[in-house]
Design a binder for this molecule. Structure first.
Ligand SMILES: *[C@@H]1O[C@H](CO)[C@@H](O)[C@H](O)[C@H]1NC(C)=O
Ligand SMILES: *[C@@H]1O[C@H](CO)[C@@H](O)[C@H](O)[C@H]1NC(C)=O
Ligand SMILES: *[C@@H]1O[C@H](CO)[C@@H](O)[C@H](O)[C@H]1NC(C)=O
Ligand SMILES: *[C@@H]1O[C@H](CO)[C@@H](O)[C@H](O)[C@H]1NC(C)=O
Length: 301
């Protein structure tokens, strides 16, 4: 699902064909705001001109809202990288093979991270770059945003309870919404609660041990290698969990039962990783900016 610009203001969910659902993106953003350093929060609250706890969550779906506008068309390929692999036999993302000429999610994380670090750019450009980075770090953790088969599963019809949906939509939205017992048109509240739960699971719960490694190897000077690692890890789930018997076998299957039971833990850990990594990435960016400038401000607005 995606939010239209107007719908964001009313917090309404509208059906649509694109991108990790709003619930996933907003949860990733709330989660990140629970993990960033205080100085990082201050920096991005100023850049995004929002000093509430919603400063990241409120802009997490902006990139989807402009994607189908005339102005935003150039960003349409920035939300994914189409791995030309062969699930379930072989998975793996290759940057040179898979990133389209006009960009992909990996090159876009690089592009907009670089812009965020460029103090010569006007603050409105860095504001926009922040919104793209927040969104794309979410997208890259959705396995079907790293897969070429049937346009990331958009062309695979499946059953979901009594509905017919495409597989991409099931992974963007349906699985997460079912896990939370439905979100009753209130994605921000549902995401806030989910993020609080995942924050505890990371700090003191089931993800406490492994989350220590989630930010390992992150290199602000090599955003392509860093985000390619995330994409490759995400894409591995296409072979293990998304298409365990291949793209033909899944057509027409009911996915809200046994399949859901196996998919839900993958969605959960991917949202947890995305939020945790987004926080670490924003920390690196804010640290670098502080180290290279005399003030912690964002410059004249
Ligand atoms: C901050 O963002 C939230 C969520 O988008 C919004 O409801 C609120 O009005 C914003 N606050 C300010 C001061 O802009
Ligand atoms: C990508 O994933 C594949 C299998 O899923 C693995 O064999 C390969 O080593 C990984 N490559 C990188 C660069 O992480
Ligand atoms: C980088 O971002 C700018 C500003 O949004 C955009 O015009 C440009 O096409 C992007 N470049 C690539 C390679 O994605
Ligand atoms: C998170 O939610 C799950 C599912 O409702 C629950 O089993 C778990 O105890 C919660 N974790 C925390 C730390 O609250």
């Amino acid at each position: 699902m995606r939010l239209t610009g107007g719908a964001v203001a009313f917090g309404l969910l509208l059906p649509g064909a694109a991108a990790w659902g709003s619930l996933g993106h907003i949860t990733v953003a709330y989660l990140a705001s629970n993990f960033v350093k205080e100085e990082t929060a201050t920096y991005f609250q100023e850049l995004l001109r929002n000093d509430t706890e919603h400063y990241l969550a409120g802009v997490a779906t902006w990139a989807d809202s402009i994607r189908y506008t005339k102005w935003g068309q150039f960003t349409k390929n920035f939300h994914f990288i189409d791995a030309k692999d062969d699930p379930p036999t072989y998975c793996g993302v290759d940057f040179d093979r898979d990133c389209k000429e006009d960009g992909c999610v990996v090159s876009s994380i690089q592009n907009y991270t670089t812009q965020l670090l460029d103090s010569k750019l006007f603050p409105w450009r860095r504001n926009q770059a922040a919104k793209f980075v927040i969104h794309f770090v979410g997208d890259i953790h959705q396995p079907l945003h790293t897969e070429n088969v049937a346009r990331g599963g958009n062309g695979i019809e499946v059953k979901w309870e009594r509905a017919e949906l495409n597989l991409h939509h099931v992974w963007d939205s349906s699985i997460a919404e079912k896990m939370l017992g439905g979100i009753r048109r209130k994605p921000y509240e549902a995401a806030h609660t989910w993020a609080a739960n995942l924050t505890s699971e990371i700090k003191t719960g089931k993800y406490m041990a492994e989350s220590k490694f989630w930010a390992a190897g992150m290199d602000l000077d090599d955003p392509v290698a860093t985000s390619l690692g995330w994409a490759n890890e995400s894409n591995a789930y296409v072979c293990s969990t998304v298409l365990p018997e291949g793209p033909v076998a899944i057509v027409g299957q009911q996915l809200a039962g046994e399949y859901f039971e196996k998919a839900a833990p993958v969605i959960e850990i991917q949202v947890a990783r995305a939020g945790y990594r987004l926080a670490a990435w924003l920390d690196l960016i804010a640290d670098r900016i502080r180290a290279t400038s005399n003030t912690i401000g964002v410059g004249e607005l």
